[in-house]
Structures are given as C-alpha cells and as structure tokens.
Design a protein. Structure first.
Length: 472
C-alpha cells in the first residue's frame, strides 16, 4: 500500500488550488477538457546557490497521479462553494464529470536520485488538458520539497567524509507531512537513518535514537542515569553527555561503557550537543581511547549543516556520526525550491501540435516549448560529460545522440503504471553514484567551468520562432 493511502486512507483530489478547479470547469464548458496537452515540471535555479539538484518525490507523485479522483464528500463540498453572486461556483454537470474522472495520462520522469539541473524537466505529463491541469499543485508540492531536502542532504554528505549522517529533524519540521517527507528525502540524499519512526515504517528506512536530556535529569545523578539506561537498553547506548558538564559527562559514559564491556556489550558512543564541538570531540576521543573504548564513536549534533560540518572535517575533528536536524529538515537557508509547471504543447482532436511558451521580461522565466526529453552525455568511463541536451521528441534531435542516456523514463502510459519505485536505500545508492559521476566529470574541466544545459538546435530554433511570433 502506498504511503499516502496509509497516511490518509482517502482521495486527495482536493489537494489543489481553487484556480485549478475553476480552470478545469472552464475547459469542460468550452469542450477543451480532452484536448491533449504536455506540461513539464522543472526548476529555474539550483537550490542553495549550488550547481545541481537531486531529483526526489517521484514515489509520492506516482501515488497522486494514480489516485486522482474525487470522493462523494469532496464533490459535495465543491457543490457548496459560491461565487460572488451567491450562486454555485461549480455546475452540477461538471461535478458529475469529476466524479467519474480517472487518471489516463502518460508520465515520464527522472528517476529519484538523478542529478538534475536548471530548466530540465523532472516530470513530463501528457494527456487530457483538464487532468494535467488538476495535477499541477499537488505534483509541485511533493516534487519541490522532496528535491529540496534530498539536495540539502547530499550537500551535507559531500563534506562529511567517512562520517555517518543521521536525520533528526522531526520536532522542528514543517508539520507532520513535512517531517515524513523530509526523512525520506534526507535518506535519499545520503543520511544513513532517521529518528522518525513513522517514516521508518512507511519507507522501510533505518531508525536511530537513544535518550534525551530529560532521561539524565530524571535521575539523581548523571552517572546513575547512564547506568540505568545501560541496564534497560544495553544494545543501544549512545550517552548524551552535555546535560551538566560535557567532559565530566564523557567520564561518566566511559565508566558505564567499561561496565557494559565487562558484561559482553558494546557502548556505541557519546553524543555532544553543545559547546565547541571541535575541541570537545578531541577530548572525548582521548578519554574514550584511554578508557579502552576505542570502538565507541563520537556523535555530534547542534544545528549542523554543510558549512559547520565542513569546518569540523577540515580540522579533522574525530566525529564519527553527525545528527542533522533543523537545518536539514526545514532547508533552513532556502525554504523552497521554486519549481514550476508549464504548458509546452497542446492539440485538439485530429490536430497537429501547437507549441507554447511563457514569455517574460526576465530571461530566466521564459519557458521552453515542445515535448521535451533530456539527453545526458557521458564519456567512455561513464562519467558525465558536463553537458545535457534538451530536445523535442516529436521534432527529433538535430544531432546524433549516441554517447549517453535519455533521462526521462516511462512511468505511466494511458494511466497504466509501468514503473515501480525502488526501495529508498536503492535510490540513495543511485544518488551517490550519480553525484560521483558528476564530480568525476567536472574534475576534467577548468575550475571556472559549470555543467552546461543547452537546447538542441531544432528546439532552439522553435523557441526563437515562437518568441518572435509572440513578440510580434
């Protein structure tokens, strides 16, 4: 069963903006609801002032598409909405049409864990105009946030070296859905586990966690608290050592760790959650080693992100595990990806394609027309050649595209699902491989070069002609 069905157990047809439904009624009244349309979902700028994004959220997008329908209570709700004249906003015939609606589009998408760049479609949806329109808001919701968090996690993982990353953001995340989505996306981006048990169950991802400051404060002393925890959870001991005085806390952890070792158990480590993490980690490591607990790791947390972890890594701080929470789960320094969903082609029954683009005074906001596919060039070793080409599948490419791979793969055809999402840890492995191939390719370039994305000559000519036509 899909995660969305497990969480909600109902239709999510109303998970959309009102104007999607008002436009849908307009298409229906004008006889345009079954016109064939092509929309693309993409972002204009890579997040966090970086050079790439890591595609994520497709699993949820598949669920939304497959479950597109309107339940009786939702139709009743829509029937009760009124326009500014006090009359029903939606006609009974339109609501009846919605009640019988079932998803029948074609969908192509970049698999989750794919490195993506500005203006490349992460999703391409082709089918009845009305259906494509109704899906816009919900698809943007799940793809934007998942991609944002997966990218943030990948950025953190890229500077953590051999250290393990754990996602601890549930208590600071943007609501229940935000927390669950963030946990899954963080694992895709490189986290080894999450503290979020519901996400762990829904997505079969590892969960981690031991005790909080409140456990220590519930006992007469820190040593008593650690001893009690070791008695009840001898196979899960990471002691949080900064409730009172950190170095003294490490000493108490060493004492209890030695007792555990004598009983045949292994203390996992100690967790630093405040103070000078660099200095404290060196001292903690020294005390653990001197106490014969070389296998115990130093865990660090406290509002960490890629910048703070990079600084600790540069100083060779002996930290084996990082717990990242608020700044990961909330994408603290950029709370939204800014992905968009634009119409690129439309045709009525028996008609040829009519290509469309959005014009703007800002060049970055001018959309691309066509039935787009992305071709990624690779070299003989499989490294990314640092060039992607967007072309129109109907027009074909003006050049031979043989040294690489097309990135959009079939997900649905005529509403029938062709694609099964891999397990989250398999997606994580793909993401790691993708970013490795990207970095290996970029090392062949000059430091000032960036990854290039360009339009195929035929698509570029089509866009130029449309701009001239619209401008005239």
């Amino acid at each position: 069963m899909s995660a969305l069905k497990q969480l909600y157990g109902r239709s999510l047809g109303l998970l959309t903006d009102l104007y999607q439904l008002t436009m849908a009624q307009g298409y229906w009244k004008l006889g345009m609801s079954e016109h064939e349309a092509v929309f693309h979902l993409f972002f204009r700028r890579a997040p966090f002032k970086g050079g790439y994004a890591l595609a994520a959220g497709l699993d949820l997008a598949i669920d939304l598409c497959e479950g597109l329908r309107f339940a009786a209570d939702e139709l009743e709700y829509l029937g009760g909405l009124r326009g500014n004249d006090g009359r029903p906003l939606f006609e009974a015939g339109f609501l009846e049409y919605l009640g019988a609606l079932r998803f029948s589009c074609d969908v192509d998408a970049m698999p989750e864990g794919t490195a993506a760049f500005a203006h490349e479609p992460l999703l391409r949806i082709r089918g009845p105009l009305l259906q494509c329109q109704l899906l816009e808001t919900s698809l943007l919701n799940v793809i934007n946030f998942s991609t944002l968090i997966a990218t943030k996690a990948a950025r953190i993982a890229s500077v953590a070296g051999e250290s393990t990353l754990l996602e601890f953001g549930l208590r600071r995340a943007q609501g229940i859905d935000g927390a669950i989505t963030a946990a899954r996306a963080a694992v895709i981006g490189g986290c080894a586990a999450t503290s979020n048990c519901l996400a762990g169950m829904l997505y079969q991802i590892p969960v981690r966690g031991t005790h909080a400051h409140s456990w220590v404060m519930a006992f007469e002393s820190e040593l008593a608290a650690f001893s009690a925890y070791a008695e009840v959870m001898p196979n899960n001991c990471v002691f949080l050592v900064d409730t009172y005085e950190t170095i003294a806390g490490v000493g108490h952890a060493v004492t209890v760790g030695q007792r555990l070792k004598a009983r045949g158990h292994t203390m996992i480590g100690v967790r630093l959650d405040s103070g000078d993490l660099e200095a404290l980690s060196f001292e903690a490591r020294r005390l653990l080693d001197e106490g014969g607990l070389e296998e115990a790791v130093v865990v660090a947390s406290n509002d960490l992100d890629e910048r703070s972890i990079a600084a600790l890594t540069a100083k060779r701080a002996p930290i084996g595990v990082y717990g990242v929470g608020t700044k990961l789960a909330t994408a603290y320094d950029q709370p939204a990806l800014g992905g968009v969903y634009k119409l690129a082609a439309i045709r009525g029954p028996g008609e040829a394609w009519s290509y469309r683009l959005k014009r703007s005074e800002e060049a970055i906001k001018i959309s691309n027309p066509g039935i787009q596919q992305v071709f990624r060039r690779v070299d003989a070793e499989g490294r990314f050649f640092s060039e992607d080409i967007i072309y129109d599948e109907a027009l074909g490419s003006a050049e031979a595209l043989t040294d690489g791979e097309a990135l959009l793969v079939p997900i649905f055809r005529g509403g029938a699902r062709l694609y099964e999402s891999p397990p989250v840890l398999a997606i994580q492995a793909r993401a790691k491989a993708q970013l490795g191939r990207l970095r290996d390719g970029l090392r062949r370039l000059d430091p000032d070069d960036v990854y290039a994305v360009r339009l195929d000559a035929r698509l570029a000519a089509l866009k130029a002609a449309l701009l001239e036509e619209v401008g005239g």
